[in-house]
Write a protein that binds this ligand. Structure first.
Ligand code: ACM
Length: 524
């Protein structure tokens, strides 16, 4: 079957027009093809101009060894130059390829790294030849992200590292790590051991699944691995709702609830709750150098039934003049923002936080409710910086093809083309506030993603479209050209052992089985 896919992919590649035969993902801001090509192989000189450039030269040598034909000899030179005086913006780079020389230039380490990643893509796809060209590139958005929910299902260090490698190749630079929620708490906190002995037990399908979590050493390893690839890791510690795994471990700070929603929220008015959060934040802040901590803030109304009946909570609402339970929720979010600020960090919250009255200096908004566009506009009007991840088209748990059955469909789904075309259909809403749009991300919730095969299938190749939406200027985007060159990316995924959805041959990559019947969902 793989052979068949390979042959049909090859036929597709041969049929491409010249313009799409330049298979960079994401498409650069400016690319010019030139005559001839640079031959890769043994004998090539690779030189840096010191420091980081030398380290990158060493890395490139090793990476090219794995790509190049072993027997081929060549005589060209690759120059890797990091120079502030070039005055290039952060993350931007220039890559010039002639038959004799390849020149990578940047004024920032991240820019130079992206030049190397671009060259690797060209070397990989050229199979020993790099087509002569000149690329001048810089990103459209500073936040180019991928969110992985490991509370619902846990995938582990090796999966995360593989995804960080692919993200780096796609110039994605933020890994938003959803580590806490209802089914499981996934990060070791030394001061509160029950978070992992009890809170890490279970997942979406099996409340008794053995405890699965990252130790602090694992977290440090992954944060360092990401940093080497110029990826910032932003942890999410969800509150005041989606706190079930915490509150069943430490019921003294639970906000009550019953049945399905037992322990869904933190207790919103006990000082012990805020002490607990502050202590946990201390350990989180020490592990993640990111200036941002995500505190969730979404869907509190799902499970705050006890707030309406608990006399202590009702009295608190009266005493503080909060008006009602929504006022109490906003009070909680303001306190969370203050706590995060007191640790020297900026809070990120889902778009519910726009209504909480947090100062825009202290918070960034993640817009997720695609059916509430006014919430995006309100966030911008109120001075917040915004990251866009509207469910449609940027939630990876929505299906990507009309016949797929496992995953969400809400009056539509999230095909790769819709992701690619984002944010153009809604970007007029940000007119006048363009500077406040930090960027966008694909967010992958994993209620219906129980194993790596389904994780791969839901993520790829859609992640390549996310990268292009986040990086490539609108005027250089063209969906039909992107789709024409996509087979090159699929070839790369084959080398990584990824089970992706092939939009050119849907029947050849069937949807992996649903873990159970309930997973086959429509409109829910
Ligand atoms: C969310 O999907 N509840 C942010």
């Amino acid at each position: 079957m793989r052979k068949l896919i390979y042959v049909s992919t090859l036929l597709l590649l041969l049929a491409l027009p010249a313009v799409a035969q330049f298979p960079l993902f994401p498409t650069p801001a400016k690319e010019q093809l030139a005559k001839g090509s640079f031959l890769m192989g043994e004998g090539i000189q690779i030189q840096g101009n010191g420091g980081y450039a030398d380290a990158l030269a060493q890395k490139l040598k090793e990476e090219l060894k794995a790509i190049n034909k072993p027997a081929q000899t060549a005589t060209g030179t690759i120059r890797i130059e990091l120079r502030k005086e070039l005055g290039m913006a952060d993350e931007s780079y220039q890559l010039t390829v002639t038959p004799e020389q390849i020149h990578l230039q940047a004024s920032s380490e991240s820019g130079l790294f992206y030049a190397k990643e671009a060259l690797l893509q060209l070397a990989r796809f050229g199979k020993g030849n790099v087509r002569a060209c000149r690329i001048q590139d810089q990103p459209r958005y500073q936040w180019r992200g991928f969110m992985l929910d490991e509370s619902r299902h846990f995938f582990g260090k090796e999966a995360v590292k593989q995804y960080l490698d692919i993200m780096a190749s796609l110039r994605l630079n933020v890994f938003h790590w959803h580590l806490t929620d209802e089914p499981g708490w996934r990060i070791e906190i030394k001061r509160y051991p029950k978070l992992t002995t009890e809170g890490a037990v279970g997942n979406w399908h099996d409340p008794k699944a053995p405890a699965a979590y990252y130790t602090q050493e694992d977290i440090k390893e992954i944060v360092a691995y990401a940093a080497e690839r110029h990826i910032m890791v932003v942890p999410e510690f969800d509150m005041p709702g989606h706190a079930t795994a915490v509150c069943r471990s430490y019921p003294e700070i639970s906000g009550g609830g019953e049945g399905k929603w037992l322990h869904f929220t933190f207790h919103p008015c006990k000082e012990e709750t805020f002490e607990f959060i502050s202590n946990v934040l201390d350990e989180i802040v020490a592990l993640f150098p990111s200036p941002y901590i995500h505190i969730g803030g979404d869907e509190v109304h799902y499970g705050n039934q006890s707030w309406f009946t608990d006399p202590e909570i009702q009295q608190f609402i009266k005493d503080k003049g909060l008006g009602n339970e929504v006022g109490l929720e906003h009070y909680f979010v303001r306190r969370a923002a203050d706590l995060v600020a007191s640790k020297g960090k900026i809070m990120i919250g889902w778009d519910e936080i726009v209504d909480a009255g947090v100062s825009p200096e202290k918070a960034v908004v993640m817009w997720w409710r695609h059916d509430r566009k006014h919430q995006l506009v309100k966030a911008l009007e109120n001075g917040y910086r915004v990251i866009m991840t509207p469910r449609r088209p940027l939630y990876g748990d929505f299906v990507q093809y009309g016949t797929h059955k496992v995953g969400r469909q809400w009056g539509g789904y999230c095909p790769i083309e819709d992701i690619y075309r984002f944010p153009e259909p809604i970007i007029h809403l940000a007119k006048g506030y363009e500077d406040q749009i930090m960027g966008l991300q694909l967010s992958l919730w994993t209620e219906r993603v129980a194993d790596k095969k389904r994780l791969d299938f839901m993520t790829f190749p859609r992640l390549a479209a996310v990268a292009e939406s986040a990086w490539t200027p609108a005027k250089s985007k063209e969906c039909s050209l992107f789709m024409q060159k996509l087979p090159f990316f699929l070839q790369y995924l084959d080398t990584q052992g990824i089970y992706y959805f092939n939009p050119f041959a849907p029947a050849s990559t069937p949807e992996p089985d649903a873990p159970d019947k309930e997973d086959v969902l429509k409109n829910g």
